[in-house]
Design a protein around this ligand. Structure first.
Ligand code: S3P
Length: 450
């Protein structure tokens, strides 16, 4: 569990060539949505490949609190008996979403147009994150919200009695905000319209259609509008969750920077709204190939093969690519530290409101490992040391952030001296088998005393 247990310090040592097959767990974004839409359908939704990370388990627990029956049959195989659109019951206790911004924001949307009251909280990281980006549009439906100053959790949401459908332009590129509005729109009569200037991950739209909602996507201005017809009867589905590209990023990037490596990561979801990292790595000169490209459960999927790449160069990563790789900048910055020349990441200020301020967390971690970094509000620059030439020999903070913890451990696998991370507990939120999976590939990760 993140943020609840004692800190778990870990040290990553320089590794020999990594090799083998890395079966990463199910996609976190798709897993949250499968549980929530399953709870909003009438009847039994069956899910396989569900990510059993703490974030998703917290969403499963929340769906039970709203009256759905959520059952694990065997690892990864779950069913949800939903209560229908507008059928959520009032929870009798506070909903604790742990570390998960996606969980809390999507669930707030899903209950906002049902006349029930729910109070939400989370761990120390989640209680710092802005919720106004979701509660502002929800209030237009007629929902009342009261939280701590700055729109922080804990927060109570009083669902609208007579919700009014809305037309809303999302002010920051955010799939969480877009999805919260669409989920709220499900129980509003008439059409709810969301305008997004920059495309963000579209799992909610794909899955809503799969559940039988009527959804229209049309080009408009620089972006597109999504129009949802309210009050559909959602039909239960059988959902196969693809493996998470954001988790695959860790063994893939480890293979690129550890000399002699050759790693296959099969069955990775390659939805174009998620694949920006792999495009960027190829531009840097990474030896990364897609094998066996196919479509599974409505999502494009491929096997990724990553080989050690001694000639990677620093590049400019354009701002418009940020939404398609928003969770991957921490690990990209580690690859950039092992490339030659500067990597300039633009349009990245959303990273400052993730599980931690990820620009600051990675800039600090890389700096103590001997890497030159520069940061502006919206720009992060890493001055590459060249392959295998990051000095390391430092202890870094994970700041309650799973992706920071994993990125800095991967950094240690290719650094001259070991890299320690003060607390790797948060990794369990998204990638509970990270340690064993990396060790099977040949990584040297050691649980260390504080
Ligand atoms: C997510 C959207 C992204 C991402 C998060 C998961 C989702 O956040 O960072 O890890 O599942 O919708 P934003 O859409 O707020 O950028």
């Amino acid at each position: 569990m993140s943020g609840h247990g004692d800190p778990i310090p870990m040290t990553a040592h320089k590794a020999q060539a990594l090799s083998g097959t890395a079966e990463v767990p199910g996609d976190k974004s798709v897993s949250h949505r499968a549980l929530i839409l399953g709870a909003l359908a009438v009847g039994e939704t069956k899910i396989t490949g569900l990510l059993e990370g703490q974030d998703v388990l917290d969403t499963a627990k929340a769906m039970r609190s709203f009256g759905a029956e959520v059952v694990q049959h065997e690892p990864g195989s779950w069913s949800v008996h939903g209560v229908g659109v507008g059928g959520f019951a009032e929870p009798d206790d506070v909903i604790d979403c742990g570390n998960s911004g996606t969980g809390v924001r999507l669930i707030m949307g899903a209950m906002a147009t049902t006349p029930i009251t729910a109070t939400f909280t989370g761990d120390a990281s989640l209680r710092k994150r802005p919720m106004g980006r979701v509660t502002d549009p929800l209030s237009l439906f007629g929902t009342q919200t009261i939280g701590r100053s700055g729109g922080r959790l804990p927060m109570t949401i009083v669902g609208a009695e007579d919700p009014i459908p809305i037309l809303y332009e999302v002010p920051v590129p955010s799939a969480q905000v877009k999805s919260a509005i669409l989920l709220a729109g499900l129980n509003a009569p008439g059409q709810t319209v969301v305008y997004e200037a920059e495309a963000t991950r579209d799992h909610t739209e794909r899955m809503l259609r799969g559940f039988g909602a009527s959804l229209k996507i049309e080009a408009a201005g620089k972006g597109h509008t999504i129009t949802l017809d309210g009050q559909p009867e959602l039909e239960p589905q059988t959902i196969v969750v693809p493996r998470d590209p954001s988790s695959a990023a860790f063994p893939v990037c480890a293979a690129l920077i550890v000399e002699g490596s050759d790693v296959l990561v099969p069955g990775i979801g390659l939805n174009p709204t998620r694949a920006g990292l792999f495009e960027t790595l190829r531009e840097m000169g990474a030896d990364l190939t897609y094998e066996n490209e196919r479509v599974e459960g409505g999502e494009p999927v491929a096997d990724l093969r990553a080989k050690y790449s001694a000639d990677m160069k620093g590049i400019e990563v354009p701002a418009e690519r940020a939404p398609s790789m928003i969770d991957e900048y921490p690990i990209l910055s580690v690859v950039a530290a092992n490339a030659t020349g500067k990597t300039v990441m633009r349009g990245v200020k959303e990273l400052r409101v993730k599980e931690s301020d990820r620009i600051d967390a990675m800039a600090s971690g890389l700096a103590v490992c001997g890497v030159g970094v520069e940061e502006e509000d919206d720009v992060f620059i890493v001055d590459g040391k060249g392959p295998g030439s990051v000095p390391g020999g430092a202890t870094c903070e994970s700041r309650l952030d799973h992706r920071i913890a994993m990125s800095l451990l991967i950094c240690g696998l290719a650094s001259e001296k070991p890299v320690s991370v003060d607390d790797v507990g948060p990794i369990a939120t998204s990638f509970p088998i990270f340690e064993s999976l990396m060790e099977e590939l040949g990584a040297k990760l050691e649980r260390t005393a504080e």
